[in-house]
Write a protein that binds this ligand. Structure first.
Ligand code: GTP
Ligand code: MG
Length: 170
C-alpha cells in the first residue's frame, strides 16, 4: 500500500536566477535559452516516488522582479517547502536569497523545509559565490543545499528528491 502525500513547494529568488527554468526542467525536462520573466506566479505539478511514498508536488514558481515582491507572501503562506534560488555567477542574487530566508522566517509557516539551489552550475568558471560559504550558510539555517543547472539538468531531480525525502522520512 503506497502512501500519497501532496506537498506544496514555492520557489523564491531574484529575477533571472533560473526559478522557472529549474521547474520546467524538473516537470517537463525542457530548457529555453531566452525565457521570459514570470508575471505574478505560475503553477505546475509533478509526482515522484520516494521510498514507499508517492509525493505529488504542487509547485508555485513566483516572479522575482521587484514589483511582484509583495505578492510572494500569498504563495508561501501555507507551503510545506521553499526553494531559495540564487545564481552562482551573481553575488547580489546570493544576498537577495538570504533576504528571502529572513522574510520566510518572519512571515512564513513554521516547520517549513527550506532548500537552497545555487543555480547555473554550468557557468562555474564565472562563479562569484564560494561553495563552502553557501554550504555553511545552508547548514546554519538547517537548509538542504544543492548546486543545480537547469541547462544541463545537473542536481535538479536530486533537489526535489531531497525535499521529498526530508518531508516523508525526516
Ligand atoms: P523571474 O521569472 O523574472 O523571477 O526569473 P527566473 O528566476 O524564473 O529565471 P528564468 O528561469 O526565467 O531564467 C533566466 C535566464 O537564465 C533564462 O534566459 C535562462 O535560459 C537562463 N538560465 C536559467 N537557468 C540556467 C542555468 O542553469 N544555466 C544557464 N547557463 N542559464 C540558465
Ligand atoms: Mg520565472
Amino acid at each position: 500500500q503506497k502512501e500519497i502525500s501532496q506537498v506544496k513547494v514555492v520557489l523564491l529568488g531574484d529575477s533571472g536566477v533560473g526559478k522557472s527554468s529549474i521547474v520546467l526542467r524538473f516537470v517537463a525536462d525542457t530548457f529555453h535559452n531566452n525565457l521570459d520573466p514570470t508575471i505574478g506566479a505560475s503553477f505546475l505539478s509533478k509526482a515522484i516516488e520516494v521510498e514507499n511514498h508517492s509525493i505529488k508536488f504542487s509547485i508555485w514558481d513566483t516572479a522575482g522582479q521587484e514589483r511582484y515582491h509583495s505578492l510572494a507572501r500569498m504563495y508561501y503562506a501555507d507551503t510545506a517547502a521553499a526553494v531559495l534560488v540564487y545564481d552562482i555567477t551573481n553575488r547580489a542574487s546570493y544576498e537577495a536569497m538570504k533576504h528571502w530566508r529572513d522574510e520566510l522566517a518572519e512571515f512564513g509557516p513554521r516547520n517549513l523545509v527550506i532548500a537552497i539551489a545555487g543555480n547555473k552550475e554550468d557557468l562555474v568558471d564565472k562563479e562569484e559565490v564560494d561553495l563552502i560559504e553557501a554550504k555553511e550558510y545552508a547548514d546554519s539555517i538547517g537548509a538542504i543545499f544543492r548546486k543545480t543547472s537547469a541547462k544541463t539538468k545537473y542536481g535538479v531531480d536530486q533537489l526535489f528528491k531531497d525535499i521529498a525525502y526530508r518531508i516523508t522520512v525526516g
